[in-house]
Design a protein around this ligand. Structure first.
Ligand code: B12
Ligand code: SF4
Length: 509
């Protein structure tokens, strides 16, 4: 089969605001799966290539695939739908498949809203995708043959939407193929002259933060690649693609400290001259691990600190204390690592003073960089269900779900106050004498850091753009959303909601 995998051209203000491209790692894992099954694969990152929809359509016409697979975050969903639409315009028999952290949690609504999509893959995609490809092999392919495949929601030929049971998590991460890094046009992701690569060495997270979608997408169980496999991937990037700067995209690279140390030691042993950054949690870092990471070339460590008040940290379910945050940043400083602290403002129960406390805390901590975002109820998260049950959703216009817009009502603050507070937070943190922004930009970089800085740079632009309060909430849409699996429980308090909901079958290991 001819399979075309497309990262959609992003027209939401995400691109304008963030201005950064990230390698669509999910799609190149899927490319490897399809290639291993003997399919012909074409990969297109229309966003990184700066293409418009017409150019995408031409590429689809040129390749004339049997299947188009497209990925999307929440704000990129309409763009993904547009890719499916133009694919069907090229040939109505092209089977269109979508996956990613948005559609996983609103699969039926997705298919209703975007009639050009045939299949939604929920959660981790590799095994489900392989089974779809097998089921649709041959000239008389029909989506009706998908009824036994776990982890998907699809539109039957008669138009009926079918929601299959969930798929278990992949048990052994080393069973995953190496992503098809050869499909990547690395120059599109370089930063200055630096060729810049990404690796995800683990999936899943056992914690339960109220806003977090990735820990649901990849399950509540941490699963890591072996250190050997990680080194193998680094070597491919290093030797074959001359990558010298790597970002580890794991939710928490240091969750298994022993493994993080092992990987660091191996990088040193192999004599690889790379610099890199990775995420941690303030309670999963210690001096020894940080030192080893630094020795192996790490320059920045990313901490989700989220709030400067324990009350909000408790609401988030972060499972950390302010003291742990102080301690973690001190460790980073001691070993010479930069720290990038992520802070979220605008939770429904936050008052102006709470937000101010968070900004003050960020400054007191003296993280090297701070990223501030607005609490956004992404589908599937506990915050999403909390917002639904408490009637706090302002809009279902996914384009606004960028974390720089206030899309959720607050008990105390207006949209304007929250969005202004975001601008103020950046100005207050970065416009201190110790920061000269151009100097920051000269240093080692990481995708997440560039995102933070890009938000800051375009902060004035943010204020001019449309606001969620100008949007109307379509009650019918809301009703549809409430019919999604997971939205049906009747309670209204966060504590009454189930601890978490994942799209997975729970397998005892
Ligand atoms: C790196 C990253 C970025 C990078 C680049 C992203 C990119 N690749 O283009 C940058 C910094 C630019 C970024 C920006 C944003 N990000 Co981001 N990002 C990530 C991160 C840390 C890793 C992404 C990744 O590579 N994952 C690894 C691959 C293997 O997973 P995957 O892409 O999900 O793909 C798998 C499945 O989803 C599925 N699948 C996905 N697509 C498809 C398609 C088909 C056809 C099939 C069959 C299956 C399938 O199969 C894949 C393999 O298992 C994730 C967290 C995470 N753990 O994933 C957040 C995450 C994706 N980001 C998130 C958010 C919110 C954003 C932003 C909206 C906001 C912001 N302020 O950062 C912007 C939006 C950018 C955009 N263009 O839409 C959320 C998404 C939530 C949501 N519902 O949309 C996540 C999940 C983090 C979170 N907070 O929970 N991000
Ligand atoms: S935000 Fe919380 S739940 Fe999500 S990956 Fe990080 S620690 Fe885990």
């Amino acid at each position: 089969m001819k399979v075309m995998l497309i990262n959609p051209p992003v027209t939401s203000d995400i691109k304008r605001v963030l201005g950064v491209n990230g390698v669509p790692l999910g799609l190149i894992y899927l490319a490897s799966v399809a290639r291993n099954e003997g399919h012909e694969v074409k990969f297109l990152d229309a966003s990184a290539e700066g293409m418009d929809l017409n150019s995408v359509k031409s590429r689809v016409r040129d390749f004339y695939p049997d299947m188009v697979g497209v990925t999307a975050t929440t704000p990129a969903f309409y763009d993904a739908c547009d890719v499916a639409r133009v694919s069907k315009e090229v040939n109505k028999d092209i089977i269109t498949v979508i996956g990613g952290p948005h559609v996983t949690f609103v699969p039926k609504y997705t298919l209703k809203k975007c009639p050009y999509l045939d299949i939604v893959v929920r959660g981790e995609g590799e095994v489900t995708f392989k089974e779809i490809l097998t089921a649709l092999k041959g000239p008389n392919r029909s989506v009706d043959s998908l009824n036994n495949i776990l982890g998907l929601t699809y539109r039957k030929e008669n138009g009926k939407i079918v929601h299959n049971p969930p798929r278990p998590l992949i048990q052994n991460m080393d069973d995953l193929p190496i992503p098809s890094y050869d499909l990547i046009n690395w120059d599109r992701y370089s930063y200055g002259k630096l060729r810049y690569g990404v690796i995800m060495t683990s999936r899943g997270c056992p914690f339960d933060c109220v806003f977090c979608s990735s820990s649901l997408q990849f399950g509540k169980r941490w699963r890591g690649h072996s250190a050997e496999r990680v080194i193998e991937e680094i070597k491919i990037l290093y030797d074959d693609f001359k990558i010298r700067e790597i970002e580890f995209l794991d939710d928490t690279f240091t969750l298994n400290r022993k493994r993080a140390q092992q990987i660091s030691d191996e990088i040193v042993k192999e004599g690889m001259d790379i610099s890199w950054s990775a995420s941690s949690r303030v309670n999963t870092i210690d001096r020894e691990t940080a030192e080893k990471m630094k020795r192996a070339g790490a320059h920045t460590i990313y901490f989700g600190i989220e709030s400067g008040t324990q009350k909000i940290l408790d609401f988030i379910g972060k499972g950390i204390t302010l003291e742990q945050a102080i301690r973690a940043v001190k460790i980073a400083v001691k070993v010479g690592l930069n720290s990038l602290g992520s802070f979220i403002i605008g939770f429904p129960m936050e008052k102006k003073e709470d937000i101010e406390r968070t900004v003050k805390f960020a400054k007191k901590l003296d993280v090297t960089y701070a990223q501030f975002t607005i609490a956004t109820p992404y589908p599937g998260t506990r915050l999403w269900y909390y917002a639904l049950k408490n009637n706090l959703i302002k809009t279902l216009n996914w384009r606004l779900y960028t974390t720089t817009r206030s899309v959720m009502k607050s008990f105390y603050l207006t949209t304007e106050q929250i969005e202004r507070a975001l601008v103020k937070a950046y100005l207050s943190f970065y416009l201190r004498p110790k920061y000269a922004i151009r100097d920051l930009l000269k240093g080692k970089s990481s995708l997440l850091l560039r995102t933070a800085l890009a938000i800051m740079r375009s902060i004035r632009g943010l204020m001019g753009a449309g606001k969620a309060e100008d949007e109307t909430l379509d009650e019918k849409d809301l009703e549809e959303i409430m019919k999604e699996p997971g939205a049906e429980f009747p309670s209204i308090g966060l504590s009454e909601l189930p601890k978490f909901r994942t799209p997975y079958l729970h397998i005892k290991t």
